[in-house]
Structure formats: C-alpha cells, structure tokens
Design a protein around this ligand. Structure first.
Ligand SMILES: *[C@@H]1O[C@H](CO)[C@@H](O)[C@H](O)[C@H]1NC(C)=O
Ligand SMILES: *[C@@H]1O[C@H](CO)[C@@H](O)[C@H](O)[C@H]1NC(C)=O
Ligand SMILES: *[C@@H]1O[C@H](CO)[C@@H](O)[C@H](O)[C@H]1NC(C)=O
Length: 444
C-alpha cells in the first residue's frame, strides 16, 4: 500500500533531482516511462500481498543441434517469451511501450530457470538479447534468446530404429505456487518452430505441452513442460551398416558354390568376410557411449550377420573334414577288402559299397554270420559271436573295424550334400531371421 501511495505521488509529477531519470524530464515523447519507474520496487512481485502472479509462457525453437547419445543431451536455441500483469505499470492510453533491454534491471522479472540444463547462456551480441514491452493495461512482455544444453535420457536399446522423448522444463527458482503460477499462453500451440526444424539425424515426430508442479523439500514450484519426440532417420544406417553387412553375408555364401577341393579360395572368402564384418562392427559403435552395457538393435543385427558369416566358414571346415574322412574310409574299405580276400580265399563275397560308408560297416559280414543273425535275434549276443568269428578270422581287421565303427557314427553319407543343403538352408534361415528382426524392431 505504501508503494502504491508512493507511486501515485510520483505520478503526480514530483521529481527528485538526484534521480538518474532526470535527464528524460524534458522528453515529451515518452513521459510515461519515467513516471512509471518512480518509486517502483523491483524486489517486490506484482500482486504482492494478493494472489499469485500468473505468468504465461511461449517458446520459439530456433534450432536444435548436437543431439548427443554419448552425453545424453541436446542443445537448443530458444526464444522464451513470458507475460504477466504488473498493476504498478498501468499507464493511460492504449499503446504499448518497448523499453530498452538494459532497463530490465529496473523491473521485477520472474526467476524462471531450466532445471535440466547443463550449460546455458543468454546471447549478448550486439547487446543482450532481451526484449521488454509494457502495455498500457500493465501487461509486461519479456522475451529472451537462450542457448541451453539440456539433459535428455535416451533409451538406445532400439538404436537406430529408436524414438527419443525429450523434454524442456521451465520452473520458477524461488517463488512457489503461492506466489507464481505458470501457464502456456496458447496450450499446445505455444511452441513454434518444431515443425519446420531440420535436424541432422532425427525428425520431430510430435510434441505437446503440459503444466505440472515440481516438488522439492522447500515446497512446490510451478513447472511447465514441453515434450517432444524425435525419430531417428534410419536411412543413413541402412546405407552405412545394414546393406554392407547383408552383402557380406551373401558374399560368404559364394563359397558354397566353389569346389571343396579349392581350399585357398574357400578359406579366403570365409576369413575375409569374417574380418570385414569385425571391422563393420567396430565402426558401428564409434558414435555411441563406449561403456554401454545394453544391446542395441544394430548390435543384434551385426551379431546375426557375424553368426551367418562365421557359420559359412565353419560349414566349409565341416564339409572339408568329412570329405577327407570319407576318402580315408574308402581307402580303408579297399584295404580291408584286400586283407579279407587274402585271409579266406574261398570265403563268400563280402557286401561292400565303395560309396556308402554305412554299408561298409558290414564289410565282413559273411554268409556264416548272416545265418547266425537269423538264428540269434539279440544284437548284443550277435555282436559277441560276430567278434568271436572275427577273432578266429583275423585280429588286425577287427581292430580296424572297431575304430571304423566308432568313426562311422559321425560320418555323413555324402559330404558334397553339406554344400548342397547349405545353399538353401543359409539363405532361407537368413531371410527368416531378417523377417523376425525387422518385424520386432519396426512394428513391435
Ligand atoms: C487506441 O488508439 C487508437 C489511436 O492510436 C484509437 O484509434 C483507438 O480508438 C484507441 N482504442 C481504444 C480502445 O481506446
Ligand atoms: C493488455 O493489452 C494487451 C495488448 O492490447 C492484450 O493483449 C492483453 O490481453 C491485455 N491484458 C489484459 C489483462 O487485459
Ligand atoms: C495437447 O496435446 C496432448 C497430446 O496430443 C493432448 O493430450 C492434450 O490434451 C493437448 N492439450 C491441449 C490444451 O490441447
């Protein structure tokens, strides 16, 4: 009340010679300003001793740059506009007065701050980028241009098919909800510039505003939140990582069509693709937090590709191993056949197939054994009697036969079939895994 009294006195035309506004005394253009500022106490908020002062906010996002996954933050340049009504600043007429930004220090202004900001500054070229406009009904418009680096917690498990929701929060530093109330001046339309924003790696999918309260130990404070979701443009990653890794997997399949006897060619394809894949995997994680203990979508894909490429290399190892084994078995069979015919020259004809190792297990089944087999149905007794017959025949062949029997468990009938099956199994499995992968990460 004292203030208002003082204000009315000064508005009555009483000037103080010591006042630094004195130089404007003769100004006929803006006689209102110096009258307004007389006796104005900038340390007291409007509506002091009355209800809270309502502060309307609106934003213009000038730019968002440097969205950093490593630091989990983004840097934005914003125009922040705050409006409130200060009844002490009412002046007659219906026009508005734009005041020099430096005179802000003479007015009461809200103590708005950005709670999540890590660094922020007010631009000061060529002067501090502030604007103050006072309307005749006492409404004050206060605009600032701020650049702030604001924290944004990101969930990178779906990287690079991810969507990040970031917020921009505005809170009152010292005035609690009894003193100050925040509101968005035009609801969801209070924020401009997000639609037309061009970001390097993201596009703004949607945004909305909300009003809430921040609760601290010292009380409840007004808070405004702008939520916006950023979707990463996946095209870059498709060209940079996905397509090369798919091509590498396809390249590793070429080996299935190359003859098994050309060891250098097939080994070379296998090892080269494995090494290139390793390089791709290294390159894919340079722009991301190093100490990440979560698995990202891109890691999953590169892991799948690596498994397929490594599988193709292993396929050749297996196929080559069985081919060699197959050849030794064939040699063994020939040797056994020779030994057998030497030991019982008048013996019956052994059932031998040079190409079928399974049948070769029955190399020395003689007619006697066949007869025994028909009498004795128990395979164990049959095996024992067979060995008895063998030991009577020749000792060397029985040892060889036992070792061959053990090996024949792992023998593949025709090792060339491994390649033939791989030609269909690998592409089909890769296609299937791809369908699952893209369904999971794009739709779910
Ligand atoms: C506001 O001022 C303009 C001229 O500056 C005048 O034409 C208009 O009638 C005024 N409006 C009110 C509501 O006084
Ligand atoms: C004060 O005047 C401005 C400009 O004419 C207007 O936008 C605003 O709504 C007015 N405020 C009040 C509280 O009447
Ligand atoms: C703003 O948008 C959000 C989300 O679309 C919606 O829930 C909310 O009701 C909107 N608020 C206003 C004031 O329109």
């Amino acid at each position: 009340m004292l203030l208002i009294h003082f204000l009315t006195i000064t508005q009555g035309g009483c000037m103080f010679s010591s006042n630094h506004w004195g130089e404007w005394n003769d100004s006929q253009l803006q006689p209102t300003i110096q009258k307004l500022m007389k006796g104005y106490n900038r340390y007291l908020r409007p509506n002091f001793n009355e209800g809270p002062v309502e502060i309307g906010m609106s934003l213009d996002i000038a730019s968002i740059d440097a969205i950093s996954e490593i630091n989990m933050d983004y840097t934005a340049t914003i125009f922040l506009r705050q409006r409130w009504r200060d009844s002490r600043l009412v002046f007659p007429g219906n026009e508005s007065v734009s005041v020099d930004g430096r005179l802000v220090s003479l007015l009461w202004i809200p103590d708005t701050f950005i709670p999540d900001s890590k660094r922020s500054f007010l631009h000061d070229v060529t002067v501090e980028n502030r604007l103050i406009r006072i309307f005749s009904n006492g409404t004050v418009l206060y605009a600032l241009r701020i650049t702030a680096t604001i924290a944004c917690n990101m969930d990178l498990t779906k990287y690079p098919m991810d969507k990040q929701v970031c917020t921009l929060q505005l809170e009152s530093w010292g005035y609690n909800i009894q003193d100050v109330v925040f509101y968005w001046t035009r609801g969801n339309d209070s924020v401009k510039g997000l639609d037309t924003l061009r970001l390097a790696q993201y596009s703004v999918e949607s945004y909305y505003t909300s009003v809430s309260e921040a609760v601290y130990e010292t009380g409840q404070y007004p808070k405004l939140v702008l939520h916006f979701s950023l979707r990463r443009n996946v095209l870059f990653f498709i060209l940079e990582t996905y397509v090369p890794s798919i091509l590498l997997v396809v390249l590793s399949w070429i080996s299935f069509w190359i003859s098994q006897s050309s060891v250098p060619a097939r080994t070379c394809i296998g090892v080269t693709t494995v090494l290139t894949m390793t390089t791709l995997m290294m390159g894919a994680r340079t722009s991301l937090p190093n100490a990440n203990c979560f698995i990202k979508a891109i890691d999953v894909y590169l892991g799948i590709c690596f498994t397929f490429i490594f599988g193709a290399l292993l396929e050749y190892a297996c196929a080559h191993f069985y081919t060699m084994q197959h050849q030794t078995i064939e040699d063994l069979q020939r040797e056994l056949l020779r030994e057998f015919s030497e030991s019982n020259g008048n013996g019956s004809i052994p059932i031998v197939s040079s190409t079928q190792p399974k049948q070769s297990a029955e190399v020395d089944s003689t007619a006697d054994e066949a007869a025994e087999q028909s009498v004795d149905s128990d395979p164990k007794i049959h095996a024992g009697s067979k060995e008895k017959v063998q030991s009577q025949g020749c000792g060397l062949s029985s040892v060889k036969k036992a070792s061959r029997r053990a090996a024949s468990v792992f023998v593949v009938e025709n090792p060339h079939n491994i390649d033939r099956h791989a030609r269909t199994v690998f592409p089909t499995a890769f296609l299937f895994v791809n369908i699952l992968y893209w369904l999971y990460y794009l739709i779910v």
